[in-house]
Design a binder for this molecule. Sequence first.
Ligand SMILES: Cc1ccc([C@@H]2N[C@@H](C)[C@@H](O)[C@H]2O)cc1
Length: 450
Amino acid sequence: KIALLHGAHRVGKRTDATMEKWRGYGLGQFIHWGLYAIPGGAWNGKQYNGAAEWIRSWDGIPKSTYDSLNYSFNPTAFDAKAWAKTAKQMGARYVTFTTKHHDGFCLWPSKYTKYTVKNSPYKKDIVKAVVDAYDQEGIDVILYFSVMDWNHPDWRYDIKTKEDSIAFERFKKFTRNQLIELLTNYPTVKGLWFDGTWDKSWVKQAAFADELETEMRRLRPGLIIGSRFRADENGKRHFDSNGVLMGDYEQGWERKIPSKIEDVHGNDWDCVMTVPENQWGYNAAWNGHLKTGTELIEMTARCVSLGGNFVLNFGPKGDGAIRQEEIKLAEEIGDWMKVNQEAIYNCEYAGFDKQDWGYFTRKTGTDKVYMVVFNVPLSGALRIKTPSKTAIKKAYMLADAEESFVPEEISADEYFLHLKKSTNSKPFVIVLETLKATQDNGTKYEKAKI
Ligand SMILES: Cc1ccc([C@@H]2N[C@@H](C)[C@@H](O)[C@H]2O)cc1
C-alpha cells in the first residue's frame, strides 16, 4: 500500500441511508441544457457531427460570437414542471442537471461571474426552477458541474508559468465559491456530478480538491460525489494509487455499460447514456443510430442487474422544449416501468449466472429474484442456474401472478422454465421466490418441493 494524503478516504460502498437510496434508484434522467442548444449542432447553415455541446471548441466557430449567445438566450417554452412530469411518468428516480457546462455559462445567477442566465433576456434562475419542480415530483436532484470553464479568463489547461499559477489560484477560488454557492442556494440537492476534471491544471490540485471535497461534505452531510471530481497526489483519477475508488461511486461508465459483475469491482456506479451515439446537448440533426425504447429498457435492466443505475440523457431545445423523439421514448419507457418497476427499483446484482434470455435482478436484501426477459429462445425454455443451496419455491409472471411455472430440473441447481407459446412483443418479468438453506437455521438443505 502506498501512503497517500489525498487518495480515497473510504474503502468499499457507503452504508448510510442516503447512499442506499441512491443505490436503489435504478433509473435516472440526465439533462444537458445551455447556450449550445441554440445552434443545436449547426453554425451558419453548416451541420457539424461532433457532440453539440462542444460546438464552441470546433474549428470555424467564432468563439466570441458563441460566447455572446447569452444575449440571445430566451427559452420561452421552458417549463421545469413539464420536464419533471415527463421524468416522473418515465419512472426516473433522480435527475442530473447541467448547472454549468464547459462553455462556462451558468444556468443560475452566480455572484462570481457575469456569464450567467441573469445577464440574458431570460434573467430567471433556471437551476432553482428545475430543483423545485423535481423536488415536487419526488425526484432527487444531482447537479452537474464542469470544472473546466472555457469562458473564465483564469482557466488554464496546464500550469507552466508564474502567470499561469497566479491565474489558476484565482480560478480555484472561483470554483470553490461557485460550488459553495450551489450547495447553499439549493440545499435539497443530493449530490454533485463533476465533469471537465481531466486537464493537468486540475489534476495537479490534489490537496486543494481533497480539502474542497471535505468542505462540501461538511456543508452538506450525505452529499454524493462521484469518482471524477479529484485526482490523488500522484495524478491518479477515479481510482487512487492503491486502486481504491475515489468518491462515492464510479463515474467512468459514460456511454458504456459493464459487461460482467467483475468489471464493477464491488463499487456503486451509474451509466450515463445518450440516445444517439454521442450527443448530450441538443443537436437538431440526430444522425446515425437512435436507440429505441426497448434498447433503453434493456440497458436499464442490464445496469441494475450489475448493481448500477442507468441515467438517460435529454437535450432540450434552445426554446426550452423537450424534442418529440425524447418525449416518445420517455413514454415508452414509462409504460414498461409502470408494469415492471418492481424488478428495477431497489434491486441489486442477484448472484445468478447470466443467461442468454436476459438479466437477473434481486430485490435488495431479500430472496426475491426477477428474470427480465428480452430474448425468448426458440425452444421457449428459459435456463436458470441457481447459486448453490438455493431452491426455487415459486415462479410466476410479474404482470400476472396466476401465470406460474413449474421449473423442470435438468441437473444439479439447473432448471428450465417452459414458456407458453405466447408472442411477447415487449420485454417481460418473471418472479422467482427462492429459498436459501442456511446452516444456522439447522434445516438440512432440502430441494423445495414446488
Ligand atoms: C472527451 C469528452 C469530454 C467531455 C464529455 C462530456 N461528458 C458528458 C457527460 C457530456 O457532458 C460531454 O460533453 C464527453 C467526452
